[in-house]
Design a protein around this ligand. Structure first.
Ligand code: BGC
Length: 482
């Protein structure tokens, strides 16, 4: 019997956590997932929005500053994730999610009222930190209360909100440039950047009333608070039952003779998720988002002013953005049925095939056929990513670590994602200039095939398995036990 099959058959032995795991997924659970993922929306919004306004900032920007405004968010996010990890393990998920919403709000408001480049840089740095911190903890928070049969769908909300954030940023920029093209370098960019404050302030207000993660409370010996959090989640248990569960968990730990929290299983999970994230980025997902519009804007533009060209680029990006949002629905629908592994392998396979289609279009075609083939290739490439790769990364990051180190471990992985994101986006223009776009696209396809082999060999299936048993799977794999 495989390790995963055995974990699925293992008796439920975690008391109140087993009860939590088999709760019905009520609308309150969905509400909480969405609330936890408002940061995901802003992750998408804030990383995508800068590209739309960059050409209209009324400041003289050196190429270093331009690079920092675009890519600095990724580097800032790598730092933000690393800072948030230990803090969320120490102070809880909820408190950090509140602080995160506050930083997002301040960052967006500051961008809107910026008086000089330095202020804009400071605002963008704050936003970068918030994006990183969010990406380190949002799915961890959800994993810790989600009933196990719907855990995947609840956690995919993060990816969904990211995609909606990206799309909304294009739509708002489009709207502003169409309504007030004359204010592109005036009020428009301020409104576009500043609107990020609206969801951030809503999150700030609502997160204050969300329950703290019951697993985190339990792991930190806060039994009365665990009982209250469980009650908010619709589970009435006594404090004695909570204590009993804590004792059982401690007993399991003792039986396993764990001397450190960073066990071989945790380290293995850390490497698996980190490598998955590297593949999530280096297979090129952000290239159509960042460079697709530039590549295609010539075919879409109806006029020749800077605003016309920007609008054309945004229209192409919007099409890709819609594809991304719609396709993520399928991830949401199938992640708990088909499972993480199959979806990820299928996703990478689709990415490999369709980036080759787009590469063919770029290399061999001209005029309208080129636009069609490249747009279709990119669209299905994004669809494949959205169904199997994007959300799966953020999901496994939240579900494969034990509660005691979840914040820190998930944060390290998130940070790896952001560094990989930075490296590929930064490096792409050089690769492109040296080898040409079709060759770079072929390289992405090769990397996607390598990703399939990696998932097949190293990523265990975790659908429907209790969080505590997921940890055990990695522990067994790391020690070679079957
Ligand atoms: C990735 C981002 C990407 C987005 C696209 C996320 O999972 O981490 O880099 O821009 O998906 O939808």
């Amino acid at each position: 019997m495989t390790t995963e099959a055995r974990a699925q058959e293992e008796p439920e032995r975690q008391g109140v956590l087993a009860d939590l795991d088999s709760q019905a997924t009520t609308s309150f659970y969905w509400y909480l997932a969405v609330l936890a993922c408002i940061g995901g929306f802003l992750f998408g919004y804030d990383t995508a929005v800068i590209g739309s306004v960059l050409g209209f900032l009324p400041y003289t920007l050196s190429s270093f500053v331009t690079g920092y405004l675009v890519a600095g968010a990724s580097l800032g996010a790598a730092v933000g994730a690393l800072v948030a990890g230990p803090l969320t393990d120490r102070f809880g998920r909820k408190s950090l999610l509140i602080v995160d919403a506050l930083i997002y709000s301040v960052g967006a408001l500051l961008s809107a009222v910026t008086v000089n480049v330095a202020m804009l840089i400071a605002a963008r740095t704050l936003i970068g930190l918030a994006v990183g911190a969010d990406s380190a903890m949002a799915t961890a928070y959800i994993a810790e209360f989600a009933p196990r049969s719907r855990r995947g769908s609840l956690m995919i909300m993060q990816q969904w909100m990211i995609t909606v954030g990206i799309l909304v940023s294009y739509l708002i920029a489009l709207l502003m440039f169409k309504i007030a093209p004359g204010s592109a370098t005036g009020l428009d960019w301020r409104i576009i950047l500043g609107l990020g404050a609206v969801p951030a302030l809503i999150a700030l207000a609502l997160r204050a009333r969300m329950p703290e993660s019951p697993r985190w409370l339990l792991a930190n010996g806060r039994y009365e608070a665990t009982q209250q959090a469980l009650a908010k989640l619709g589970l009435e248990v006594s404090e004695r039952q909570v204590r009993q569960t804590a004792d059982e968990l401690a007993e399991t730990e003792r039986a396993l003779e764990r001397k450190t929290q960073w066990t071989p299983g945790v380290k293995r999970a850390l490497i698996v998720v980190a490598v998955f994230f590297v593949f999530q980025q280096i297979t090129g997902i952000n290239i159509p988002f960042y460079y697709g519009p530039t590549l295609l804007q010539g075919y879409f533009a109806s006029g020749s002013s800077a605003v016309d060209v920007a609008i054309a680029g945004l229209e192409a990006a919007t099409i890709l953005g819609v594809v991304n949002v719609v396709a993520t629905f399928f991830a949401f629908r199938y992640i708990d049925r088909v499972g993480r592994r199959k979806l990820a392998m299928g996703g990478f396979l689709g990415m490999a095939v369709f980036i080759l289609v787009a590469a063919f279009g770029v290399a061999q075609l001209t005029g309208l056929p080129k636009v069609w083939v490249v747009m279709l290739g990119f669209s299905f490439f994004i669809t494949s990513f959205a169904i199997g790769v994007g959300g799966t990364g953020w999901l496994i990051q939240g579900e494969v670590f034990p509660t005691a180190v979840r914040g820190r471990a998930a944060a390290i992985c998130a940070s790896v994602d952001w560094v990989a994101n930075f490296v590929i986006v930064q490096w792409f223009p050089t690769l492109n200039a040296k080898f040409g776009l079709p060759s770079v696209m072929i390289l992405f396809a090769v990397l996607a095939v390598m990703a399939i082999a990696f998932v097949a060999r190293f990523l265990p299936e975790t659908k429907g398995i209790a969080l505590e048993d997921v940890t055990a799977i990695f522990e067994r794999k790391a020690t070679g036990a079957h």
